[in-house]
Design a protein around this ligand. Sequence first.
Ligand code: G6P
Length: 626
Amino acid sequence: MCGIVAALAARNVQGILLEGLKRLEYRGYDSAGMAVLENGTLVRQRANGKVAALEEKLTQRALKGSIGIAHTRWATHGKPSEVNAHPHLARERLAIVHNGIIENFEPLKDELEADGVTFESETDTEVVAHLIDRAFRHQNRANQDGGETGDLLAAVQATLDRIDGAYALAVMHADAPREIVGARKGSPLVVGVGIDENFLASDALALLQVTDRFIYLQEGDVVRLSDAHGIEIFAADGQPVERPVHTFEHGDSAASRGEYRHFMLKEIHEQPTVIAATLEGRLSGSHVLESSFGVGARALFERVKQVHIVACGTSYHAGMVARYWLEKLAGLPTTVEVASEYRYREVVVPENTLFVTLSQSGETADTLAALRYAKSRAKSRDKTSGYLGTLAICNVPGSSLTRESDLALMTQAGPEIGVASTKAFTTQLVALMLLTLSLRKSRGDEREAALVQALRGLPAVLDNALAMDGPIAELSEAFAEKHHALFLGRGTQFPIALEGALKLKEISYIHAEAYPAGELKHGPLALVDADMPVVAVAPNDELLEKLKSNLQEVRARGGELFVFADEGVALTAAENLRVLHVPPVDELLAPIVYTIPLQLLSYHVAVLKGTDVDQPRNLAKSVTVE
Ligand code: G6P
């Protein structure tokens, strides 16, 4: 949802900003732009489309200056176009980049128009540009007697008091030539700490080329970067605050594609390694260490009587798998819901409910809002609210979700750049299995020991599953010309079928749906014909025989079937029936392993179709708006 980079340095910043934008492109790629201060004049370059289009413009007219701000956009207010691209200017003196939505922009715009301001774009951001500039000029006039110029920080703070919504922003002004002011509320913003130079960005990844030291701003923080005072942070109440500096641990290689053609392929292949990293330090002998979940986890877990899981997109699918695990292994009633629904419902929460959010980014607006909803209801002691505590399973350290939850378990997937989530999903599943085992009342039994052993062996099994790449690439040809596909699974594999269908539609733009196989005859069977490939996920579990009957229903209607099955499953390839064997694993971990071939299938179909695999149209990786 839009990427922001800003730099205040002693050297030329165009290269730093451009590299930052390339690294942030996963957040939005409708248009891009940059503004720097060149000898006291604000100069701006913007381009519709990807960052490469901006780069092309910059080769024709480079920007030369040591202070600048830049942006890559995911359109909300106003269509993708050069005129709506950021930075937006006010009177050619102030430049702003913004991520998020200003909800009350219409009355503010009316007020400014009545005051004689003419707008260039359709964006809500331009309103903020003019409001800050106006506040800055008012102070200027008030200060003129004292010979002082306006205070950009105070102008930003005064404007923030007037705007509603969620945002991260960075502002510079030609009349405050060595300052950048940033603010965050609802959208992430980090400060990159350099040596005699400092930066702002939506994501630390954007700045790894220049620093590995970061300050993660908190909700309501405003920051001023200046030559005079370095980095100053002010909390929502305007008081100066100290925030800790963190060192980024994953190294800069995480942000490059290496030998792989796409980030998505690299991330699919990283799964054995990042799953091993997610397990590291969390298993001891034959059990799971509850301390992995943070201080107080043990006491809290002992009291849990049910679980509410809330998430969006792929993370939601991980939650759906966990429901089967929590019910079967831990005997805990579990509900799983998409965050955008949960947060607006009058949820009845039985006593001793653990509220769990799942999120790769930790910044997804709806998931965060659902957490805040749960916390506010818990605080109000509402009789229908029995929340016991909150847990975030998340991949980004320092993210809002982890900071605002009582407990957090970090997945160790490392930065995930491909918009379609892969390694974040499988590491979430591993984390959820650790949670399930930790919530069982009968700790330390044989079942726990067997699953811990199976978890330890999982990276090796996934390596074998990745070896299916060649046969799957071949199979993908059967999908490239199709317009629809159906995915079937039962039990824990139903969410995996959903995830397989989501991956296919996200990156290949083929309409794909998933059904629990038992539902086939209640509707989707009507769609089955030779043009509708049907993918079935068929591990050797208790539901296999039932699934086989469902597959016969498809074959009898002339449908073309692609079955991913355990080696031991007695299914022989025949006309219209292709069988691909998936390496065996403990039945309960099968959803993790079966995810791999479905990821590879969607990847190869997208490559055949020539779509933009890492940045599929209309989507963005981190959805920080509602
Ligand atoms: C976006 C991404 C999805 C992701 C979802 C939830 O829609 O494109 O890949 O699953 O957000 O994101 P989160 O960071 O909360 O897991």
